[in-house]
Design a binder for this molecule. Structure first.
Ligand code: NAD
Length: 288
């Protein structure tokens, strides 16, 4: 039976590390790291996510602020707010919650965020820095996956890793992070031929698709580390991942559950990114 990688417990460890880092930063610089979360509109899931982000930041000693704008806010006003936050020295991290209402272009807003405050790691400059091996703010979910993989104790150098899914915010950055750790990485996607055979080669398998129970037990190499990023609603309304959990648990060496695996890691890594951004900004000020 697979060892279950407990995302809740590991996220709690990350938060404890962040709390200690925040305390150290605050005493060194006379101010707490600042995170501003922007929510445009009333999307119910986004309301919950942004509240959790603000509350979790405050719990760790970060100066968390949530700014809510009405759903009909014009794009120019959202961009003006981002510009103001870019200039605000007390703000180290800016997160604009996606999706945005249709009159506001996502790409324009993401491009407007100062890359050094881009704690979601979605700015093209951060994606480029990650791809070229330069220090970057890395998207939170991929960062959380890497921490879970690290907790499994697997040696990544030389390992075969397969990432199923090629989105800019999950699949591609996870693949880059695995490559940076010297894994031999395959990115599989909706056009991949014989996906089960590709998955069977993986010492580390990451599923980031959004299809309930896509990855079956017999797609998994015995003993593999399996990270399930997918969040899907099953026929009974319960949350399920992209990996058929019970089958996978018979074959995998380590496996993340859904819920309680990757999910809790994402906010913890956002808080860690806020401290990373704050430290980098203070270091840049000292150099200037
Ligand atoms: P996306 O829709 O942008 O990308 C999905 C990817 O899966 C695409 O690259 C596509 O090529 C691939 N794909 C689709 N059907 C496929 C198939 N049949 N076989 C192989 N590949 C296939 O989604 P995303 O934003 O990358 O998110 C993926 C999943 O992860 C979703 O379920 C999402 O809810 C979840 N997610 C979870 C967290 C978290 O914190 N746990 C964060 C972000 C996303």
């Amino acid at each position: 039976m697979a060892n279950i990688l407990d995302g809740k417990a590991i996220a709690e460890k990350v938060r404890a590390e962040v709390r200690a880092d925040v305390a150290g930063f605050t005493s060194a610089h006379g101010r707490a790291p600042g995170l501003t979360v922007v929510l445009v509109g009333e999307d119910p899931a986004s309301v919950v996510y942004t509240r959790n982000k603000e509350r979790s930041a405050k719990e760790c000693g970060i100066a968390g602020t949530l700014i809510r704008l009405p759903a009909e806010t014009p794009e120019a006003e959202v961009l003006a707010l981002v510009e103001r936050l870019n200039r605000d020295d007390a703000v180290d991290g800016i997160l604009v919650q996606l999706p945005l209402p249709k009159q506001v272009r996502e790409a324009e807003v993401l491009r407007a965020i100062d890359p050094d405050k881009d704690v979601d790691g979605f700015h093209a400059l951060n994606a480029g820095r990650l791809a070229t091996g330069h220090p970057a703010l890395v998207p939170c979910t991929p960062l959380g996956c890497m921490r879970l993989i690290a907790e499994s104790g697997v040696e990544l150098a030389g390992a075969r890793a397969v990432v199923v899914g090629r989105s800019n915010i999950v699949g591609k950055p996870i693949a880059q992070l695995l490559l940076a750790k010297h894994a031999t990485v395959t990115i599989a996607h909706s056009r991949t031929r014989d996906l089960p055979a590709v998955c069977r080669e993986a010492d580390v398998l990451v599923a980031a698709v959004g299809r309930a129970n896509l990855v079956r037990g017999d797609w998994i190499k015995p003993g593999a580390v399996v990270i399930d990023v997918g969040i899907n609603r099953g026929a009974d309304g319960k949350l399920v991942g992209d990996v058929a959990f019970a089958e996978a648990a018979e074959r995998a060496g380590h496996l993340t559950p859904v819920p309680g695996g990757v999910g809790p890691m994402t906010i913890a890594c956002l808080l860690a990114n806020t401290v990373t951004a704050a430290r980098a900004r203070e270091a840049a000020k000292r150099r200037a």
